[in-house]
Design a protein around this ligand. Structure first.
Ligand code: GRG
Length: 295
């Protein structure tokens, strides 16, 4: 395993341990609700957002213990978004993280509640994190709620995405959808790591700009993988964007131009890190990982 793979595996293990401590056991009543949460959370997710938070936090000198609870909270919000995104009223999907989607396994009503409660547990985890000052906790709650919500967060992105289905949208509008739907939660993961580390205003600005680029890159590679990868490897239904007539980069530019664009955005993300004197290795490797990811 190369060093980055070891870093990701290590982050996933620690974040899963933290999630275990934050989420009620499957034996806690109502058992069905807690089994449902655990079905979606403890599946084969990449844990990319928590790993990014840990990477940025550690880059700016935060102790790991101060980062883990917020990292786990961000993974809970991300998982809630996947559960709700798969519902019949949204993307109507059967497969997620290599297993049946939450509503297929446990029914639609409980899947909706599981998503709701993953979100409330996430904010509770941040508010209750005794390793952080009250001021930092409030700042994190505020920034993460903004990124998950509206008018320029994940829920807005999802609404814009729904409205764009089957319509031709401009490239500027497509970028706005991706920036909100995918980019906001990726950016805030990096931002949260920097906040916890007590990074300077300039450091936060640089790392947030870097994260905005890799957030967009993550979605562009997601669009590419939807066309080029198999359902088996992705653990979710491949080819869904085309069948749902989604607005995507390959639909707009074609595959070759989209790959070129991804390379340019990757280069821009790395250039951003050149603006200050900092340890760039891990964050550049993360940008490389996104550009070249296979799932
Ligand atoms: C329903 C409020 C609401 C929001 C949904 C996340 C999302 C917004 C929709 C999922 C569909 C999708 C393709 C979104 C783009 C973001 C994205 C690439 C999600 C998948 O993230 P990964 O690849 O998944 O990190 P794992 O399972 O590895 O965590």
């Amino acid at each position: 395993m190369n060093e980055l793979k070891i870093f990701f595996a290590d982050c996933a293990r620690k974040v899963d341990e933290k999630l275990e401590s934050l989420v009620p056991s499957a034996q806690t009543e109502p058992k069905k609700l807690h089994e449902t949460i655990r079905w979606s959370l403890f599946a084969d997710g990449k844990r990319f957002r928590p790993a990014l938070l840990l990477a940025v936090g550690e880059t700016f000198g935060a102790p790991e213990n101060n980062l883990l609870q917020t990292a786990a909270a961000i993974e809970m919000i991300h998982t809630y978004s996947l559960v709700h995104d798969d519902l019949p009223a949204m993307d109507n999907d059967d497969l997620r993280r290599g297993r049946a989607t939450c509503h297929k396994k446990f029914g639609e009503a409980t899947a909706i509640l599981a998503g709701d409660v993953l979100q409330t547990l996430a904010f509770q985890a941040i508010a209750d994190d005794e390793s952080l000052s009250a001021e930092i906790r409030v700042k994190l709650v505020s920034e993460i709620a903004r990124a998950a919500g509206t008018p320029s967060g994940m829920v807005t992105g999802q609404q814009l995405d729904l409205e764009a289905e089957g319509k031709g949208v401009s490239i500027e509008h497509l970028e706005k959808i991706h920036h909100n739907k995918t980019g906001a939660m990726i950016s805030v993961a990096a931002h949260a790591g920097a906040i916890i580390a007590g990074a300077s205003k300039k450091e936060i600005e640089v790392v947030t700009n870097y994260a905005a680029q890799i957030g967009l890159l993550f979605q562009i590679t997601d669009d590419l993988l939807d066309v080029t990868q198999t359902t088996e490897v992705l653990g979710k239904t491949a080819g869904k964007d085309v069948s749902a007539e989604k607005a995507t980069y390959p639909a707009f530019y074609g595959l070759d131009k989209t790959r070129k664009l991804a390379e340019n955005i990757h280069a821009q993300a790395c250039r951003e890190l050149e603006k200050i004197d900092m340890e760039k290795g891990l964050l550049c490797e993360i940008a490389d990982f996104i550009l070249n990811r296979e799932k």
